[in-house]
Design a protein around this ligand. Structure first.
Ligand code: DQA
Length: 160
């Protein structure tokens, strides 16, 4: 994988000032710097984008392969819990997507414990703060873009 796309969903632009007890005081700019730097050390170009608009995230997912990205790290924000449109976009594309969350959504309110994205993502990483993004980048690299990764994906689609 030569390039990875990092997508942040709604309200993540407010990171640093938004509910610091839950999300910490690190800004989105700092998160982006961390993951870009991790990419640089791994020889991967990392591009980070944020949107509060569901359709914009969908357009970026649909365009990921065309733009030359070999993987996507996606924090869907609250869309995680109800956006079937975002789920369909993740499911529709061949580029592997790893779902990430700063907080451990499984230890929070009931409505955050279910992700409609998780079943169609390659996997989910939650609860490690900004480091979740770096772990997701490593997960994408571990998948590789060769036959092993595709075989896993095919088995997953067949449900075995
Ligand atoms: C989040 C968790 C979501 O439940 C929430 O709506 C967010 C952030 C996280 O990174 O922990 O916006 O995705």
């Amino acid at each position: 994988m030569r390039a990875a796309l990092v997508l942040h969903g709604p309200n993540l632009n407010l990171l640093g000032t938004r509910e610091p007890a839950v999300y910490g005081r690190v800004s989105l700019t700092d998160v982006d710097r961390l993951v870009r730097e991790a990419g640089r050390r791994r020889g991967v170009r990392v591009e980070c984008r944020q949107s509060n608009v569901e359709g914009e995230l969908i357009n970026w997912l649909q365009g990921a392969a065309r733009e030359g990205f070999g993987g996507v790290v996606l924090n869907p924000g609250a869309f995680t819990h109800y956006s079937i449109a975002l789920r369909d976009a993740v499911s529709a594309i061949a580029v592997p997507v790893v779902e990430v969350h700063l907080s451990n959504i499984h230890g929070r309110e009931e409505f955050r414990r279910h992700s409609v994205i998780a079943a169609v993502a390659r996997g989910q990483i939650a609860g490690f703060g900004p480091q979740s993004y770096v772990l997701a980048l490593d997960a994408l690299l571990a998948l590789g873009d060769g036959r092993a990764g595709r075989a896993v994906n095919q088995r997953r689609r067949r449900g075995v």
